[in-house]
Design a binder for this molecule. Structure first.
Ligand SMILES: Cc1ncc(COP(=O)(O)O)c(C=O)c1O
Length: 484
């Protein structure tokens, strides 16, 4: 483990990049993100303890804690077992003096992308309570290996060459069949474009459909990956609050006309609400009236435990305004790097050309194995097994949190790889600090709001944790409540 970064550099760093018009916390986030993106903080190096940094910079410790929490939610930092906050992200090439001066000449577009930042998921999936993590140990590895071997011996030479930009036809077909049956998505296989990730889908959509200053409606609280992609394209983000029926179409109808609308209707990210049917119909009507596109990010709807989710917005839309985004990151495994978008027919040619322009296509071999996994029935079996496994873990976590039921409120626990845990007012900051010190990964809900947070709490991942981990981590959480 590397040594902590020396404290005296921080005031200089801070002074050099802070902008007077920002609040203290925003300035600190900006400074740290900039330093991280410039590769000035090596991977795995330890940041100063929040108390120490607060003292060095003469700012409050809670500002430092909140800045660290935000950067952790964005994937730049990892906060570890009683030992502090560590750099989890560094650009691959540490810039030399020469490249550092070259990087100061980014295009405006490039600078926009860098300023918006990324949204990296954690590389420590089994640390409680990291969110958005499937259990990769429970994946049928032996079966996958057999399918890979079979595929390579059957068609290795063909799969080793360049492939179609829109994706392997047999995977398009397998996805179209699955989506029609499981999600009520109404599409031809040719409308499906295979990509590497939902994040790539969001970036492509933003780059192809947004001009600088265009308005984008984003759920608030919402997914940082979507926000960053829209910001990178120069969009004006207009936050739309969510309530117990999801995306608040009553409020959105009073807002500036959007070009794009981003929503997670099956399982609102991060609060977990399922958008009601009337709201879905209203949102589609609003999009049609504004001639706007809706991005439906259906990132984990396969994991429902109590009742099936409503069919996708895409299937309800008669106007061809919905772009449906799905990913294999959660239902198979994240490093597979396979996802897809279902495009309205009018957008298909432009997106295929853009895919050719950007990077060609996704790995053919893994597309073929994934198609086999689906068409041979293994996908349906795997989903059934994971639903049972994750449901039992959810139930165990809810049971183990019972002793602190008077200060916490788990909400919308019926689906997903995580649930939102609301906390009584004033608890989020101190309890996040004591829980983090005790070694837990606690992602504050406040980090997902564009401005002022309306809910205090955490996004609690449980799907990737064993029963033992859930029991131990719950005890630690309860203990850290007493120590906050
Ligand atoms: C709302 C949402 N969309 C998309 C993704 C990421 O999917 P991918 O790995 O395909 O980019 C996540 C990951 O946590 C997510 O939470």
């Amino acid at each position: 483990m590397s040594k902590p970064l020396s404290a005296p550099v921080w005031p200089t760093l801070f002074a050099a990049s802070a902008t007077a018009s920002m609040g203290i916390q925003a300035q600190l986030i900006h400074t740290l993100r900039k330093a991280l993106l410039a590769g000035r903080l090596p991977q795995d190096s330890r940041l100063p303890a929040s108390r120490m940094l607060a003292k060095d910079l003469a700012i409050s410790r809670s500002s430092v804690e909140a800045a660290y929490a935000q950067l952790e939610a964005e994937g730049y930092l990892e906060r570890r077992a009683g030992s502090g906050s560590f750099v989890a992200f560094t650009p691959q090439l540490r810039p030399s003096k020469k490249t550092a001066s070259a990087s100061a000449q980014l295009s405006q577009r490039g600078q926009g992308i860098v300023d918006a930042g990324g949204c990296r998921d954690t590389t420590l999936p089994s640390l409680a309570f990291n969110a958005g993590q499937p259990d990769t140990r429970a994946f049928p590895h032996a079966l996958w290996q057999k399918l890979m071997q079979q595929r390579w011996s059957k068609s290795g030479a063909a799969l080793a060459s360049y492939g179609p930009a829109q994706g392997l036809p047999e995977l398009q077909l397998a996805i179209a069949g699955y989506l029609a049956q499981a999600r009520g998505v109404d599409c031809q296989p040719e409308q499906i474009l295979i990509l590497n990730s939902s994040q790539q889908a969001l970036q492509m959509i933003a780059q192809l459909l947004i001009d600088p200053e265009d308005t984008v409606w984003l759920e608030d609280p919402g997914y940082l990956g979507a926000r960053n992609a829209m910001l990178a394209a120069g969009a004006q983000i207009v936050p739309v609050p969510v309530d117990q029926e999801g995306f608040n179409t009553g409020i959105s109808q009073t807002l500036a006309a959007p070009r794009l609308i981003y929503t997670t209707p099956s399982h609102q990210y991060p609060l977990g609400i399922a958008m009601s049917l009337p709201r879905r119909m209203t949102l589609i009507a609003q999009a049609a009236a504004h001639q706007a596109w809706i991005i439906e990010d259906d990132y984990d709807s396969e994991f429902y435990y109590d009742q099936r989710p409503l069919p996708a917005l895409q299937g309800l839309d008669q106007q061809g305004r919905v772009i449906y985004v799905g990913t294999f990151s959660k239902v198979l495994f994240p490093s597979l790097r396979l996802a897809y978008i279902v495009l309205p027919p009018a957008l298909v040619p432009a997106f295929i050309t853009a895919r050719i322009a950007f990077d060609g296509h996704s790995a053919q071999f893994l597309q073929a194995v994934t198609a086999d996994f689906i068409t041979q029935g293994h996908f349906a079996t795997h989903l059934r097994q994971m639903r049972l496994l994750y449901r039992s873990r959810r139930d165990l976590l809810l049971e183990k949190l019972q002793p602190i039921a008077d200060v916490i409120k788990p909400v919308n626990t019926a689906a997903g790889l995580q649930f939102a845990l609301q906390l009584s007012k004033g608890l989020e900051k101190p309890w996040t600090a004591s829980g983090t010190t005790a070694g837990l990964a606690l992602r504050p809900l406040s980090a997902f709001y564009q401005k002022e947070a309306k809910t205090e709490g955490w996004l609690m991942g449980y799907a990737s944790l064993s029963n033992e981990q859930i029991i131990r981590a719950s005890e630690t959480l309860i203990k850290s409540y007493q120590e906050k």
